[in-house]
Write a protein that binds this ligand. Structure first.
Ligand SMILES: Nc1nc2c(ncn2[C@@H]2O[C@H](COP(=O)(O)OP(=O)(O)OP(=O)(O)O)[C@@H](O)[C@H]2O)c(=O)[nH]1
Ligand SMILES: [Mg+2]
Length: 251
């Protein structure tokens, strides 16, 4: 299996759809290998990166949800293992980071797009949906309106994203027990209604953050590399099992 280097994390906070095209040409997830009919990228030639990271498959994952729900913090927790405490700096436009995961023997590169939740950047976000292989839709368990807006986000996703996009609902800030206004059961109910996997996360404590991205990467990998005789991967079942075993959401 050939492997390609993973590009270094890039920061492009105000990227427009136009600049995104040039980013693609100069090394975005969609440009560094052979695009397959399923949209996954399988690099054709191995090469060595400065960080020594190679990958077999590449996918684009988008973080969406209202402003302030913790999208950037979830991404920073996943990428750097740190929590961005202190004053809230709202994302402008869009930004992305890469991370390579080892999924069942394959190196899977996730290019993760961190979108701005603010309404005024919505048209920028719309332009990215169609390229996304997976979407993590976040609300804040301490903010009722962010949860009430899930319906509108799901409608938007239905309108702009690919039909077979992998979708997961995340209730973030589960560490903030005293400020919680959305019960875990409410999140579970909504997810069930829409048939999507669900878990509560905390960018602050790190709870379930790695799991959310790993589950997405597993689903995308299994969809792309269907090995003979291998059992079909069940994302919902995996999430249920793993969140239970990590004692999810026991705040
Ligand atoms: N307690 C707690 N606070 C969090 C958590 N995640 C994020 N925050 C805080 O919530 C605020 C907003 O976080 P961001 O990650 O910047 O929010 P965002 O969704 O990226 O917002 P936009 O960029 O405007 O769309 C910051 O002050 C964070 O410190 C969490 O898991 N727990
Ligand atoms: Mg942000």
């Amino acid at each position: 299996m050939s492997r390609k280097k993973a590009g270094k994390a890039k920061s492009n906070p105000s990227a427009s759809p136009k600049s995104r095209e040039s980013a693609k040409r100069s090394g975005g997830a969609g440009s560094s290998g052979d695009a397959q009919p399923d949209g996954a990228v399988r690099p054709s030639r191995p090469s060595l990166s400065s960080s020594g990271e190679f990958y077999d498959l590449a996918f684009k994952v988008m973080l969406v949800g209202d402003s302030g729900v913790g999208k950037t913090c979830v991404l920073v927790r996943f990428k750097d293992g740190a929590f961005l405490a202190g004053s809230f700096i709202s994302t402008v436009g869009i930004d992305f980071r890469n991370k390579v995961l080892n999924i069942d023997g394959a190196k899977v590169k996730l290019q993760i797009w961190d979108t701005a939740g603010q309404e005024r950047f919505r048209s920028v976000t719309h332009a990215y949906y169609r390229d996304a292989h997976a979407l993590l839709l976040l609300y804040d368990v301490t903010n009722k309106s962010s949860f009430d807006n899930m319906q509108a986000w799901l409608t938007e996703i239905h309108e702009y994203a690919q039909q077979n996009v992998v979708l997961m609902l995340l209730g973030n800030k589960a560490d903030a027990a005293h400020e919680r206004v959305v019960k875990r059961e409410e999140g579970e109910r909504l997810a069930k209604e829409y048939g999507v996997p669900f878990m509560e996360t905390s960018a602050k404590s790190g709870m379930n953050v790695e799991l959310a991205f790993t589950a997405i990467a597993k689903e995308l990998k299994h969809r792309t590399m269907k090995d003979e005789g291998e059992q079909k991967f069940q994302l919902q079942e995996f999430v249920k099992k793993e969140t239970r075993s990590t004692g999810c959401c026991g705040f």
